[in-house]
Write a protein that binds this ligand. Structure first.
Ligand code: SF4
Length: 269
């Protein structure tokens, strides 16, 4: 038996992350395309990304903190739609808290970078390319060109910092973005810079050919498994306390007979 729903036309690093966490989650999100309700944390992240994207549409000298503050209201209008309000059960107190936290994050961001001096190649840059036979689509927060000519991938993070001994998974998505850049532009970014804008800290990693090759190979292996599960009509569920805790599909999954561990959700509220 195979699915009525076709496979996605391209695989994104975040959907690949879903697949790695749990193939059934990938089935729900990328094959059946069941929307995930907005959470407080994802809404805040989207607003911050929207403001920073708009900031970089301005000429360098105009990328000021005042200009960023001016984008806060249109960002909220664009992101906090009626359906998002319903998902969040948003009242005035929650919206006030959201605005305050977004403003604090943008303030912190300006302590980390001077946008007037950033030389960016693109923001919200769509990279659509075939990688080892896998149709891939990635959207980079920002790609910079440094003075020495090197490309740098910049990824904004609005959540918590990884713990001190952060593992390779912290950079996994960005390293795959580096592979996409190399495949589409013929140039390997030199550095990945993760900006934890809520915390005022950045962590960087040098990009190597070996790691990028490994990321591309892993994506190719995952795609082969995705095609096989799709042909077989079954994406297995791999429940665990960590993966199920933040899964938007827990109720649906439980209803299909999977023994989903019960843990209270904490989504930033
Ligand atoms: S609830 Fe757990 S097992 Fe079910 S789809 Fe989500 S992550 Fe997978």
């Amino acid at each position: 038996m195979s699915f009525d729903h076709p496979l996605p036309s391209a695989l994104s690093p975040s959907r690949l992350q879903d697949f790695r966490a749990c193939p059934r989650r990938f089935q729900y999100s990328a094959v059946e395309r069941i929307p995930q309700p907005a959470t407080y944390a994802t809404t805040k992240g989207r607003i911050v990304h929207w403001i920073l994207e708009q900031l970089y549409t301005l000429e360098p000298a105009a990328r000021t903190a005042a200009a960023a503050a001016g984008f806060a209201e249109p960002a909220e209008s664009a992101i906090v739609t009626e359906s998002v309000r319903q998902d969040l059960d948003a009242d005035d107190a929650l919206l006030t808290r959201l605005r305050d936290e977004v403003r604090d994050i943008i303030d912190v961001y300006f302590t980390m970078e001077q946008p007037q001096h950033v030389n960016h190649v693109g923001v919200e840059l769509r990279v659509n390319v075939e990688l080892d036979g896998v149709p891939m689509l990635g959207i980079l927060d920002r790609l910079d060109r440094h003075d020495d000519g090197a490309l740098v991938i910049v990824d904004y993070k609005t959540g918590s910092l990884p713990n001190r001994n952060y593992d390779t998974q912290t950079f996994a998505n960005a390293e795959l973005y580096a592979a996409l850049c190399q495949a589409s532009m013929g140039e390997l970014p030199r550095t990945i810079r993760l900006l934890y804008v809520a915390k005022g800290q950045a962590i960087e990693r040098h990009v190597t050919e070996v790691v990028v090759r490994a990321r591309a190979q892993a994506a190719s292996d995952a795609w082969s498994r995705i095609e096989r599960f799709h042909d077989e009509g079954a994406f297995p569920a791999t429940p665990s306390a960590n993966t199920c805790r933040f899964c938007a599909y827990a109720d649906r999954c439980r209803a299909s007979g999977v023994a989903v561990p019960v843990r209270p959700r904490t989504d930033g509220l």
